[in-house]
Design a protein around this ligand. Structure first.
Ligand SMILES: [Zn+2]
Length: 476
């Protein structure tokens, strides 16, 4: 961190030299005032602002899908090592055996084809999406299936990558969305009937605890292996880089575009996983909110979460809601998703919440969210790419004005070709935030985290901010 002091030392001197008669030197020399002044001066230089924000402690990333947080370059490298194949026309990665004659060679055989490699990275992310005949929305959601085969058996590498990137950005905590065991949970319900939400009690009775808990046990064993693998990759027993000290917890992500009885089975399993494995700290629902199944079943899905929460009320709930905008879906679908997530599912946090002002009685909803202390995970780049919603069209400032807590998250670093620092810089540049406001965003991302260790993490964040501000102000 001494590098940081050196980085800002000339700037502090320049600020002192520029202090004219209107400046109040006694105030400007207060440590906190100095950091605020440095911060304000950096707004004129976005690259320097990024350097400041990268070094600044950022509490956590609470909206990150693990597979989407991985950069395409990593997937390509793993695929090449593992014999995974790629369709040269569609850029889909597929498990071996490959078929060169059919245009599906091993990824390893394509590495020397520079043009193909550039296109492949574009295809596995939203990089350059504007030059392709596909919307950001379609491209974003398409990528997950395209790199899926490359992630097979690479969970430990994935975890190591995101831990290292968090440490590089002074992020002490990650709450990663992941779906281990969800396909087994769906299978439990594959022969069960769906007779509407009125029959949830019968469906619940048809999903025995011991079967759900057998999947929980498998997932716990799997996560033991994944975490041990990540720590081995990072050399935590030897060199022990800062990445080893990043606290990682998980949200069980229910994939919502399956038949309702299978979504319900996933939901119950997710809740029991949180109860049975302390590394899983909450649940979330994923897959496009504008998918026809999601739109058809949205209210039923919120009822399922509410049903499971009545049985297991101590399980924290985060839900994607309002990741929609006018034109993407019929107007009627913009009017209730956030409210039902809050009122029926009992969400503690909302992901996105972009269509807020299209909801019925939006001000009443804002008041309710503020009163219930429901936080909103804000994903500015993702909302730009997927929904085309930016700047003043985004409700970021409305949430803040009405006392709803907000925090910044990535959704996701790899697919969106960003990092959390980028999202902080984007928020500062778009909404002209002060240092105090940015610091609040950083703290919010721990205050609204689901980890049991939240208080200890906040104490850790206090210490990191004290060190950071001392470096900035002392210019050692
Ligand atoms: Zn998301």
């Amino acid at each position: 961190m001494t590098t940081l002091g050196r980085l800002f030392a000339p700037l502090l001197l320049a600020l002192a030299a520029c202090a004219g008669p209107q400046a109040a030197p006694s105030q400007a020399l207060e440590p906190s005032g100095d950091v605020g002044a440095v911060f304000e001066s950096l707004k004129a230089s976005p690259p320097e602002l990024v350097a400041f924000l990268r070094a600044m402690p950022k509490g956590g990333d609470l909206h990150s899908h693990l597979s989407g947080a991985i950069y395409a370059e990593s997937y390509i490298a793993w695929a090449a090592q593992d014999g995974v194949c790629v369709n040269r026309m569609t850029f889909f990665m597929v498990a071996p055996p490959c078929d060169v004659a059919a245009g599906v060679p091993p990824v390893a055989a394509t590495l020397s084809d520079e043009t193909f490699q550039f296109r492949l990275i574009d295809a596995l992310s939203v990089r350059n999406y504007a030059i392709y005949p596909r919307s950001g929305h379609d491209q974003f959601f398409a990528t997950f299936a395209m790199f899926d085969a490359a992630g097979d058996g690479r969970d430990a590498d994935m975890l190591a990558e995101v831990m290292a990137r968090a440490a590089d950005q002074n992020i002490p905590y990650l709450e990663l969305m992941t779906s281990p065991g969800m396909s087994s949970a769906r299978f439990l319900a594959s022969k069960l009937p769906w007779n509407g939400i009125g029959s949830l009690p019968e469906l619940r009775a048809a999903l025995p605890d011991d079967q759900l808990d057998a999947i929980v046990a498998d997932t716990s064993a799997h996560m033991d292996t994944v975490e041990a693998g990540a720590r081995a990759i990072l050399d935590c027993e030897g060199a022990h880089p800062p990445a080893c000290d990043v606290t990682v917890r998980y949200l069980a992500q229910v994939i919502r575009i399956f038949p309702p009885e299978q979504v319900f089975a996933q939901t119950l399993y997710g809740f029991r996983l949180v109860e049975g494995d302390t590394r899983f700290v909450g649940i979330n629902f994923v897959a496009p909110e504008d998918d026809h199944v999601t739109l058809r079943d949205y209210s039923a899905q919120m009822a399922m979460v509410g049903f499971a929460a009545a049985e297991m009320p101590q399980v924290p709930i985060a839900l994607h809601a309002g990741e929609l905008t006018m034109g993407l879906v019929p107007p009627e679908d913009l009017r209730f998703h956030i409210r039902e997530a809050v009122e029926i599912a009992g969400a503690d946090r909302i992901g996105h919440g972009v269509d807020l002002m299209y909801e019925d009685d939006p001000y009443g909803l804002l008041a309710e969210m503020a009163a219930r202390d429901v936080a909103v995970e804000i994903n500015l780049t993702s909302n730009d790419v997927i929904l085309g919603v930016t700047g003043d069209d985004h409700p970021f400032e409305i949430y803040r004005a009405y006392g709803v807590p907000v925090l910044l998250s990535t959704d996701d670093e790899g697919v969106s070709r960003i990092d959390l620092t980028h999202e902080y810089a984007r928020a500062v540049e778009t909404y002209d935030l002060t240092y105090a406001e940015v610091k609040t965003l950083s703290y919010n991302s721990l205050l609204y985290a689901f980890a049991d260790e939240r208080d200890a993490l906040i104490t850790e964040l206090d210490a990191r901010f004290a060190a950071f501000e001392a470096e900035v102000t002392q210019g050692r």
